[in-house]
Design a binder for this molecule. Structure first.
Ligand SMILES: [Zn+2]
Length: 447
């Protein structure tokens, strides 16, 4: 079997083959720490985590780098609004982000660099691009000349020719769309709007553009060419396109072999936006009595590069499935074996571009297979990838009156009185409990 991943660069599923034997270098575009991350961002980090865990499951040695963007247009703007220093402001959201990834059971990256600690590396790249005459100076900053990099547009399939008539030739802002393909800022000269945020460097007093940050941090820790770069589809243009241009123009080498992008999260079928009031973060989810693991399960119900529609009903369905799964698993006894058949079915699903919904089905079939051997250890192995904490049991206290109903239902089932058994199941459901029939009797859990 071969792991196949959808590479945005070629628009194809490709067999994954690392540059350096068993070692995988992987860069994850991390958060801009100016706010708590929303459920769309969390999907991106959960996807990267599943990918990393699966690579480790396949015995690769993975080095993951995830950056924290602690200086850009947004962090400066919002720190000033709150009257805080940039550092004081970003520290708070850095802390929030670390809590979120811990709650989501996302493994800590091997390296988590911040942009403000890598200004020197950024300046080195800009200096070299100036020397090569691929970058040039203007009165407001240093820009990358996209016409000097022939492959510009290869990731996003953007054509330079499509430059909008009348569009300016340069883009100082970090974020813009394809209608504004332009030379982009590598370095922004100081203006008084930047307040006390600046660095006095050989290329002038100012601050880096957002795109150069990721090029500098990724290459520092993973080398000039590395295996995997991930992010949301919204980062393909301009962020990742510009990363490729800067890095490859700087080194003359291919920057990244596999570009993997996760799709959007929609909320009730619509794009998430603050104006629609459908913008959720993990704190909002937990406030409504859902756990981070239930959200993680919800993410796994769709392949990462397909759009995922978030609804509260959908999350509730995931909550019920997740609780059931855990309840049943809590009754399974260890027989010190691994079930190779199910492991291989699990791998088949995962090797097809990380098809987690299919892999979840394999897990459910295993859990319900009364004749399967090695169930517990196989589930444990699968959960090394899913990261759902399936074997962790919390104390669930079931009131005695509920247990009475469960017992009554077992008696009805023993007498093959299915009608009564179904009616009692409904009673339990109304009380907020789910019951599952396993080979070892009924298992009851909270809905
Ligand atoms: Zn990035």
């Amino acid at each position: 079997m071969n792991l196949k991943l959808y590479n945005t660069l070629t628009r194809k599923k490709e067999i994954f083959k690392p540059i350096n034997k068993n070692n995988v270098g992987m860069y994850v575009c991390g958060p801009t720490i100016y706010n708590y991350v929303h459920i769309g961002n969390l999907r991106a980090y959960t996807f990267a985590d599943i990918l990393k865990r699966y690579l480790k499951f396949k015995n690769y040695r993975v080095k993951e780098v995830m950056n924290l963007t602690d200086v850009d247009d947004k962090t400066i703007r919002d720190s000033q609004k709150q009257g805080k220093s940039l550092k004081e402001f970003t520290k708070e959201y850095e802390k929030g982000f670390l809590e979120d990834i811990k709650n989501m059971n996302i493994e800590m990256p091997e390296v988590m660099p911040t942009a403000t600690e890598h200004i020197k590396e950024m300046v080195e790249i800009v200096k070299n691009l100036l020397k090569k005459k691929i970058a040039y100076k203007t009165n407001d900053g240093i820009y990358f000349s996209i016409k000097k990099f022939k492959k510009y547009g290869k990731l996003s399939k953007t054509k330079i020719k499509k430059l909008k008539a009348g569009a300016s030739e340069r883009m100082l802002k970090d974020e813009y769309d394809k209608d504004n393909v332009n030379d982009f800022a590598l370095w922004k000269f100081y203006t008084k709007e930047d307040g006390d945020v600046f660095w006095d460097t050989e290329i002038g007093k100012g601050r880096p553009g957002w795109h150069i940050e990721c090029s500098a941090m990724s290459m520092k820790y993973l080398g000039q060419s590395f295996d995997i770069h991930t992010g949301g589809t919204d980062l393909i243009f301009p962020h990742h396109e510009n990363e490729i241009a800067q890095s490859e123009a700087h080194t003359g080498k291919k920057f990244v072999k596999y570009w993997l992008h996760n799709e959007w999260i929609l909320v009730d079928g619509r794009k998430m936006s603050k104006s629609l009031g459908n913008f959720y973060n993990l704190r909002d989810i937990i406030e409504k009595d859902y756990s981070a693991m239930e959200l993680r399960y919800f993410y796994l119900t769709k392949i990462y590069n397909q759009k995922l529609n978030f609804t509260w009903m959908g999350l509730k369905a995931s909550k019920i499935s997740y609780q059931r799964l855990k309840n049943i698993i809590s009754t399974i006894k260890d027989d010190k074996k691994i079930n190779k058949k199910y492991i291989s079915e699990f791998e088949d699903a995962m090797e097809d571009n990380l098809n987690t919904p299919k892999a979840l089905q394999v897990l459910w079939r295993l859990v319900r297979d009364e004749k399967a051997i090695g169930k517990l250890r196989t589930i444990k192995k699968i959960d090394e990838v899913f990261g759902l904490k399936l074997l962790e049991t919390e104390e669930i206290k079931i009131p005695t009156d509920i247990l009475e109903i469960v017992k009554e239902r077992e008696v009805a089932r023993a007498k093959k009185n299915w009608k009564k058994a179904d009616a009692l199941r409904e009673v339990l459901k109304k009380e907020g409990y789910a019951v599952d029939d396993t080979d070892k009797g009924s298992v009851v859990g909270k809905l």
